[in-house]
Design a protein around this ligand. Structure first.
Ligand code: FHN
Length: 437
């Protein structure tokens, strides 16, 4: 061993430890903590999966599922993407009227196509489509005008980039050469993130997805997260890795399930952490535009999802997959307008609340704000409902939004609410409990 190699071998463990602790030691800035609080109070956001895959109308996985190679995808998708009816102001107005406080849109999905004017690649909406405009910049401006925060969904997984190598579990039919430089890919990703965090004003945060494609790879998360927080300290970082959050992440997300549940199969390894929660879900069964998917959730189901999420102390990020012409399908628009009507009347029991204090049950959930507890009865038919004792004595109970008192009896076990079956609301019967100070 040369002297140099011996010195290196001696120093290596210390160097590695220093690197690891740089990644561990994440102290969110005061701006970041404030943004987390805003996020937790916002409770409802719009998720937008929009990319050149919309042209095929078969969802955002079409490249992988149909085994389309990079040259074929480049030939067929971007040149056919011309969303002449794209009206970002209308999207923002729709989200706002639905009661949503933020929008999270795909800046790049797994197909690797950037939906903004990237300078580190020409594989983007400005350089490769007849539309030729930066759709994210247009949306960012519309959001700013209306006080809606904008987050970017950014796929770490990339089915197009040659340096996404060694390959992960997906994207193996793209016809790429079996070689590549992983660190060069990560540099590219960091460069694109830098563009997004410097060219689009104040950004709500970055919503990562795709880590799960290569769970054993060194993703340099510490470096990337630090870059984001250095550029915009208030930007919230979250990752859809379906695990407990890593250092440097600011919220925890749950795909298609309430925190702690695993009905969709994504959350088998998930534990519940202490950061703010967000669950995401679709209105039909698809994220990206799918012309064959007509299985829409009803407005009632969507409202109940918002309520349940709030009862589990989580935001709901509800998805639309706009069409290739830039419009959002009427089935989505209609439901969102109806959800907005419900939130206009009942939003006080959702926004700015925290989940609990009672544990969620099959009949419903509770939310709380100050000394008021909102009992959301979502599925109950009887005239009496027994619930555990809230943390403080109950001074009064009434139907939310009316002065109508709800009779109740309390003992040391709990509370018996007497509900008039005739006034049970099939969507959500909300009983306000006023607790003593
Ligand atoms: O593969 C993606 C999918 O296309 C979509 O973006 C969802 C949204 O949560 N996340 C991934 C699957 O975990």
């Amino acid at each position: 061993m040369t002297r140099r190699a011996a010195v290196l071998a001696l120093l290596l463990p210390a160097l590695l430890a220093a690197l690891a602790s740089a990644q561990e030691a994440y102290t969110p800035t005061p701006e970041n903590l404030k943004a987390r609080q805003w996020f937790q109070e916002a409770r409802f956001g719009l998720f937008v999966h929009w990319g050149v895959y919309a042209v095929a109308g078969e969802g955002e996985w079409v490249m992988h599922q149909k085994r389309i190679t990079v040259p074929e995808y480049e030939r067929d998708m971007p040149p056919a993407f011309n969303p002449v009816k794209y009206d970002p102001a209308a999207w923002v107005a729709m989200a706002k009227a639905a009661g949503m406080k933020y929008i999270t849109i795909t800046s790049k999905h797994h197909d690797g196509f950037a939906m903004y004017d990237s300078k580190v690649s020409d594989y983007d909406v400005v350089d490769r489509t007849p539309y030729g405009k930066d759709v994210l910049k247009m949306l960012a401006e519309a959001c700013r005008k209306e006080g809606i925060k904008l987050f970017f969904y950014h796929s770490q997984l990339d089915w197009h980039h040659p340096d996404y190598f060694p390959r992960g579990g997906t994207g193996r039919f793209a016809g790429r050469d079996e070689k590549g430089d992983w660190n060069r890919y990560l540099d590219y990703m960091d460069a694109q993130l830098t563009e997004l965090l410097t060219g689009y004003g104040e950004i709500g945060g970055i919503w990562f997805d795709g880590w799960w494609d290569k769970p054993d790879a060194d993703w340099r998360l510490g470096k990337t997260y630090k870059l984001i927080h250095d550029l915009q300290p208030a930007a919230l970082v979250g990752s859809n890795h379906h695990r407990l959050p890593n250092p440097g992440e600011d919220f925890q997300m749950f795909e298609k399930d309430l925190p702690g549940a695993n009905t969709a199969g994504f959350n088998d390894k998930v534990q519940i952490g202490t950061l703010p929660f967000e669950m995401c879900d679709t209105i039909n069964r698809s994220w990206g535009y799918n012309k064959n998917d007509g299985s829409y959730k009803s407005t009632r189901e969507i409202v109940q999802l918002i309520v349940k999420a709030a009862g589990y102390d989580a935001n709901l990020l509800l998805n639309v997959g706009p069409k290739p012409d830039g419009t959002i399908q009427p089935e989505f628009v209609k439901r969102l307008a109806e959800v907005g009507d419900w939130l206009k009347a009942n939003g006080e029991t959702i926004y700015g609340t925290r989940g609990g204090p009672l544990p969620p049950r099959s009949w419903g959930v509770t939310t709380q704000k100050g000394n008021r507890v909102f009992v959301h009865v979502l599925d109950w038919k009887d005239a009496v409902l027994a619930i555990p004792r809230p943390p403080k004595p109950v001074k009064s109970a009434s139907l939310f939004g009316t002065a109508k008192p709800v009779r109740f009896t309390a003992d040391k076990e709990g509370l018996l609410l007497r509900l008039d079956p005739a006034s049970l609301d099939p969507v959500d019967t909300i009983v306000t409990l006023e607790l003593s100070e």
